[in-house]
Design a protein. Structure first.
Length: 285
């Protein structure tokens, strides 16, 4: 009987120690991330929702999916100095990189709204968006921070095709011809071409040092002067659409060639359709 009581007591003591270390009875670390030394879990939450992820200064993307948020805190009785947010971000960047992911955005010395980091990771056919943000906002010591991991139902191959496949062509030839649908004679992008804008955005997210020129081309219907004006307006429309998604405008420039650089003859409908295009031209990386 004494032996049974002792075993029960030891099991209770073990559970109490684990809960004391975690800081919350029901919270556990995310499977992707081991806890950083000395931090304890203060709180956690899981739900399906839409949240923003910073992808550039002043720019963010809304993503919907299953969200797990874990709030970590630094115990006052640790006897050690808490790390800075920059050090924590660096630690997570290493973990994400080792698992095949990448850093999308990070800033540890900017405005409150953009203070934190965003990472992107693909695993088992799903896309994971990861956000690190400081809760108490102190630039010297990090007393508490939030880890948000959002899982979407996007398949890895689909996301890779958006950015990686486009980059392969761009790296090989220096340019990509895209057939974005605009309203006739205007620079208004039609809704059915939003997926192409998303693909360009994904390319620029995947390759954050890439700088490109967005270049518009037309067929020979209309005057050369009006076609040049229209092609430039359409190039700028693409840039504006990308900037709205959070892409840094400084990575984009516009040119309008009008009808000067056809890739097919303008004698047929098919040829004219091929000539009405927007090209992404690599400037530098």
């Amino acid at each position: 009987m004494k032996c049974f009581v002792l075993i029960v007591f030891l099991q209770f003591l073990s559970t109490a120690i684990i809960n004391a270390q975690s800081g919350s009875d029901d919270c556990r670390d995310h499977p992707f991330f081991n806890r950083l030394p000395n931090f304890i879990i203060a709180d956690c939450d899981e739900l399906f929702t839409t949240i923003p992820f910073i992808v550039a200064d002043g720019g963010s993307l809304q993503k919907e999916g299953n969200v797990k948020e874990i709030k970590y805190s630094w115990p006052d009785n640790s006897g050690k100095k808490a790390p800075s947010l920059a050090q924590v971000i660096k630690s997570y960047e290493g973990i994400v990189s080792r698992n095949g992911g990448k850093k999308i955005y990070a800033c540890s010395n900017c405005t409150d709204d953009n203070y934190g980091a965003t990472f992107n990771l693909y695993s088992n056919g799903k896309t994971y968006w990861i956000k690190i943000s400081e809760i108490n906002f102190s630039r010297s010591e990090l007393k508490s921070y939030s880890l948000v991991v959002l899982a979407t139902e996007e398949e890895e191959k689909d996301v890779e095709d958006e950015g990686g496949g486009m980059y392969s062509e761009l790296d090989r030839t220096g340019r990509i011809a895209l057939y974005i649908n605009f309203e006739t004679g205007k620079s208004i992008i039609k809704p059915e071409s939003e997926s192409i804008i998303s693909a360009i955005q994904q390319l620029l997210l995947d390759y954050p040092t890439l700088v490109v020129s967005i270049e518009g081309h037309t067929d020979n219907v209309g005057s050369p002067a009006s076609n040049k004006t229209l092609s430039l307006a359409r190039a700028n429309a693409v840039i504006n659409a990308l900037v709205k998604t959070g892409v840094d405008r400084n990575r984009l420039s516009a040119k309008g060639w009008g009808q000067e650089k056809p890739v097919e003859g303008n004698e047929t409908d098919e040829g004219r359709a091929r000539n009405r295009r927007v090209e992404i031209v690599k400037i530098r990386e």
